[in-house]
Design a protein around this ligand. Structure first.
Ligand SMILES: C[S@@+](CC[C@H](N)C(=O)[O-])C[C@H]1O[C@@H](n2cnc3c(N)ncnc32)[C@H](O)[C@@H]1O
Length: 271
């Protein structure tokens, strides 16, 4: 059964607002791999566990058609509300049962999502829908982030780590799969041509409010909210206050530098 931790409208709207977008280098690596292994035409890319479509939209310039699929209707609704991507459509449904004919997909991606899939059923389905030489690209990041602001970066990271510590008990065991950089899933891919690229640096500006919102978007923070809404709200409020205090500023719109490391699992279906 699919994991249903991302169903609520509020969670979907936090996703749209606060989730981070993969850096250009990630999409460049994926497209280079697809070009090297399969080459054109690039007719159809499918983004699985698309959430509110951050990764799906990055595929739009490179494919004739892009389809984002997510098991949560609320996430798909938010994704559909983003205008300006004529070749992108969204459907709700599981990654393990895809609405595409055999051998029809050039590229299957999943951004911060494959750890939620039933690995065995997903890999069988991927093997079915991919064209010969079609590729899989599963990307993500571990929850080992860093903040930088003047000389107080370490203190900000400590606050983040302390908040994470409080919500960690509410994490699904699936979060550990993402933090393992999909090790077991990588090993289970039945294609001979596969590789895992690690430590792809991403750096972006984020506001303090954005940092707190990003934390709120974590599935385990949402589980904490369900268990104890008052304590969860107080935790995020105190996170905001402590970050602002350390930075010596009062506006939640103050920007800090945020860094993370992406990984990509790449694989190519045989001819
Ligand atoms: C952590 S979110 C990532 C969303 C988006 N790709 C991003 O990068 O922000 C994981 C998403 O996977 C979806 N999901 C979980 N299990 C799924 C499954 N079996 N099939 C399709 N989507 C699934 C969830 O509903 C959620 O929207």
């Amino acid at each position: 059964m699919a994991h249903r931790l991302f169903e609520e409208k509020h969670h979907a709207s936090i996703y749209q607002k606060y989730r981070i977008i993969p850096p250009d280098s990630v999409m460049e690596i994926i497209l280079e791999y697809l070009n090297k292994k399969k080459g054109p035409p690039h007719e159809l890319a499918v983004d699985l566990g698309c959430g509110t479509g951050q990764n799906t939209r990055l595929l739009a310039p490179h494919f004739q058609k892009v389809v984002g699929i997510d098991v949560s209707e609320s996430q798909v609704e938010e994704a559909r509300a983003v205008p300006g991507f004529a070749n992108v459509t969204y459907r709700s449904g599981p990654a393990e049962e895809l609405p595409f004919p055999d051998g029809s997909v050039d590229l299957l991606t999943a951004a911060s999502a494959a750890h939620w899939f039933d690995a065995e059923r997903f890999l069988i389905e991927a093997g079915r829908v991919l064209k010969p030489r079609g590729c899989i690209a599963l990307l993500g990041y571990t929850d080992d982030f860093s903040m930088h602001y003047g000389s107080c970066g370490e203190k900000l990271n400590k606050i983040f780590a302390e908040v994470k510590q409080v919500i960690r008990p509410y994490a699904s065991p699936r979060v550990a799969i993402a933090n393992s950089k999909l090790q077991a899933l990588f090993e289970a891919i039945p294609f001979a041509e596969k590789e895992r690229i690690e430590r792809i640096a991403m750096k972006m500006e984020m506001t303090v409010a954005g940092m707190v919102g990003f934390m709120e978007s974590f599935s385990y923070c949402q589980t904490y909210f369900k268990n104890d809404p008052q304590a969860a709200a107080a935790l995020l409020e105190s996170m905001m206050t402590r970050l602002l205090e350390q930075m010596g500023v009062s506006s939640p719109d103050t920007k800090l530098e945020f860094t993370a490391e992406y990984y990509i699992v790449l694989a190519c279906k045989p001819q």
